[in-house]
Design a protein around this ligand. Structure first.
Ligand code: ADP
Ligand code: MG
Length: 707
């Protein structure tokens, strides 16, 4: 079972990791995950666990780590809510304290005070600059959290005072506080720019009641209700236009900047903005099922699935700090004991440098921020990634396996020929076929029903076999409509089918009525306009092997494969055979990852089974559920774009890791040799963190093509 909470006021990423770890240790808890950017907490509890006790325990953990965080049950609050900044009086107070501290510090440096006064000036300056850090450190020690950043800074600066290096002690605090303030600002800005782009939650719906309109919350609107959307308003629920023609801005959903037409009879998705004229819409899905809710849920949960590097950093942070602090202790004590003319004060000074750089904040903050930025940037292009782990996995992909229909091809079939067998008329063949297909949602079925154009009736039981076709009783006759495999079931031998097949390509829907073959209907489907470019884009992004799996016949499969320049095509596959092929291809991967892209009609199992399943957003709900990445625009070219975002995010994360650890290592070495000052150590802490955060912010910008 899962318990969900919004964490209002959560503003320190390191605390998010601490909260996670604390809650995981509670009795009855299987797992806990905090999404810092969306301020969400999800606790997975064991069966029969006492959820009330866990909730209390979690609240206690949170209070112990970040006092001001409020835990709100359920999915309320969170992303849509405005960011809480420090309240104004507190900010003014903070600036005043820093200003006074800095003024006293400068005075202490400029004027040559006699020793007791010199101490007094710097001590006062120190208290102004770092009083609250001392206070926090003390509180945290009482709660048993020793290696907390406040404590490290307090220990280092007090140590500097102890050996008479007053200016350094003050400088540590001043720099630290300034760096932290900038860092908070940067983190908040980056977070609000990410959440702003996800702020697609509609506030209200105008419900039609008789002649009037009533403003209601979208949750209360039911399917079948009529709603009105004025120009400039966001469409609150999915539905079908009943009157009005307008243009829709769907960029928040698809990243597509071209407006889309809306006209009577057309389907519209919630989240799009109505641009030009009044639209009346009959609601088809309730709010929880509507596109906008699904996207929000997807993105909010994205931060909960962490990439391996994120977990690595959290683990690393747990060992790094104690290790450096232990090294500092040894450095302060051993050399004075072992070396003949080593001075304790000198080596203590060197050890303090260690304390200052022993905080891994730069990484703890910037790594999750990079992933969330990458996910946010991708979603702005209509690519919904369900977790940092998938973004990371994309960087190791070298094979892409495509489904054909609806993925590489448009999935919109048109009937190109009706070829009846002797004794049948075109009209009659089309009419039984249309009747048999009338209950199916398969694109082939839709094309036959559309080609017939009239209403069909007389259909009784009907059974659809995925990857084969349909069997139905139409006016007392048993009708089979589907591919050659289905004809086997209907008792039609292969020779009969061959005899009729002409030179025409396309997908053939054979029809058998009461055990005899009646003819076929040829339907055809064309590659999507962007498919060829998508294949080229994948090759440019370093994909080595591009494969297509299809349930369609070999001739048609190979025609499309040749046209698009694919490496391999496997046809006439049933859904479970697609999965078997995936497993075979995956076994040939040797540590690399495999991407499967499908539209979900007959391939949800393959989506779920592959390393990285990518679903077309227009596909079925099951597909969106099973997939790891959803492409809102259905364009296969977005896979290459996703790869670019993934590579860039990966690059930024590793730049930060190498940069932060590199600078810290250099400072540790120079510090041990007595060359690095504490000033440079403060840079090694907050300065590096700030630079890492700024670098992480790049992850949310759209990568240029070809990078
Ligand atoms: P793909 O693998 O190309 O996405 P599917 O697995 O959806 O295709 O379908 C495979 C084949 O099964 C189709 O090419 C068609 O021959 C047949 N088929 C599936 N459903 C139907 C149907 N409702 N009517 C007729 N033929 C069907
Ligand atoms: Mg398909």
């Amino acid at each position: 079972m899962e318990m969900r909470f919004a964490l209002e006021g959560l503003c320190c990423p390191a605390c998010a990791a601490g909260i996670e770890q604390g809650i995981r240790k509670l009795d009855g808890v299987d797992d806990a995950a905090v999404n810092f950017s969306a301020r969400k907490l999800v606790i997975t509890v064991k069966e029969n666990a006492n959820s009330g006790r866990i909730k209390k325990g979690a609240a206690k953990v949170i209070r112990g780590i970040e006092r001001n965080v409020i835990m709100v049950p359920g999915d309320k609050g969170g992303t849509g809510a405005k960011l809480k900044r420090r309240p104004v009086p507190e900010r003014v107070f903070f600036l005043a304290a820093m200003g006074t501290g800095a003024a006293l510090f400068i005075a202490g440096l400029v004027f040559d005070f006699p020793p007791p006064w010199r101490f007094a000036v710097f001590a006062a300056s120190y208290l102004f600059a770092g009083g609250d850090v001392l206070l926090h450190a003390l509180k945290n020690i009482l709660r048993g959290r020793v290696f907390d950043e406040n404590f490290l800074m307090a220990a280092a600066s007090l140590g500097a005072f102890a050996i008479g290096e007053y200016p350094e002690g003050v400088a540590v605090m001043l720099f630290y506080q300034t760096g932290e303030a900038f860092q908070r600002l940067a983190v908040n800005r980056s977070r609000s720019s990410i959440t702003a782009l996800m702020d697609i939650r509609p506030e209200f719906a105008n419900l039609r009641e008789g002649d009037g309109l009533r403003k209601v919350s979208p949750e209360t609107v039911r399917p079948g209700d009529l709603i009105v959307v004025r120009p400039g308003e966001r469409i609150p629920l999915d539905g079908v236009v009943t009157s009005g023609c307008s243009a829709l801005d769907t960029s928040a959903l698809t990243g597509e900047s071209l407006p889309r037409e809306a006209e009577p009879g057309g389907e519209v998705l919630s989240g799009a903005i109505n641009m030009s004229a009044l639209l009346e819409i009959r609601v088809t899905r309730e709010f929880g099922e509507s596109t906008v809710s699904k996207i929000l849920a997807l993105v909010e949960n994205a931060g909960l699935r962490k990439a391996p590097v994120e977990n690595f950093i959290t683990t690393f942070a747990r060992y790094y700090t104690p290790a450096v602090v232990a090294a500092a202790a040894l450095l302060a004590v051993l050399p004075p004991l072992l070396l003949p003319d080593a001075l304790f004060a000198d080596w203590l000074h060197r050890a303090l440098v260690f304390l200052v750089v022993s905080c891994p904040c730069a990484l703890v903050i910037s790594v999750p921020l990079s992933f969330f930025g990458g996910i946010g940037g991708a979603s702005r292009q209509g690519i919904l990634v369900k977790g940092g782990n998938y973004l990371e996995a994309l960087t190791r992909a070298d094979t892409v396996v495509f489904d054909k229909t609806g993925t590489l091809t448009r999935g919109v079939f048109t009937v190109s020929a009706v070829v009846p067998r002797e004794g049948w008329k075109d009209e009659d063949l089309l009419s039984v076929a249309a009747a048999a297909e009338s209950n199916s949602t398969h694109p082939i079925a839709r094309s036959i029903v559309d080609a017939y154009g009239e209403k069909t009736d007389g259909i009784r039981s009907c059974r659809e076999t995925a990857g084969k076709g349909i069997r139905a009783e139409v006016s007392g006759r048993v009708v089979f409509a589907g591919n050659a495999r289905l004809m086997e079931e209907a008792g039609i031998d292969a020779e009969t089918l061959k005899a009729l097949e002409g030179p025409k390509g396309g997908t053939l829907v054979h029809i058998a009525v009461d055990g005899t073959y009646a003819g076929y209907i040829a339907v055809s489907d064309e590659p999507k306009p962007g498919s060829k470019a998508a294949v080229a884009g994948l090759r440019a992004a370093g994909i080595k092997r591009i494969v297509m799996l299809t349930g369609d016949n070999r001739v048609e499969g190979e025609r499309i494969g040749r046209e698009l320049g694919l490496d391999e095509v496997y046809s006439e596959l049933l859904p479970h055979q697609k999965v078997e092929w995936l497993e075979r291809l995956e076994a040939e991967e040797h540590g690399k990852k495999l991407i499967f892209a499908g539209d979900g009609i007959n391939d949800a199992p393959a989506l779920a089974r592959s390393d990285i399943g990518i679903a077309m957003g227009a596909g079925s709900d099951a597909a969106i559920e099973a997939a790891d990445i959803v492409l809102m625009t259905d364009e296969p070219s977005k896979i290459a774009a996703a790869l670019r975002v993934a590579k860039r995010t990966h690059g930024i994360v590793w730049q930060n890791i190498i940069f932060a650890l590199g600078v810290k290592a250099v400072i540790l070495v120079l510090g041990a040799l007595g060359i690095a000052t504490m000033w440079s150590a403060v840079f090694g802490d907050v300065g590096v963190a700030l630079i890492a955060v700024f670098n992480a912010m790049r992850a949310q910008r759209l990568p240029a093509r070809g990078t």
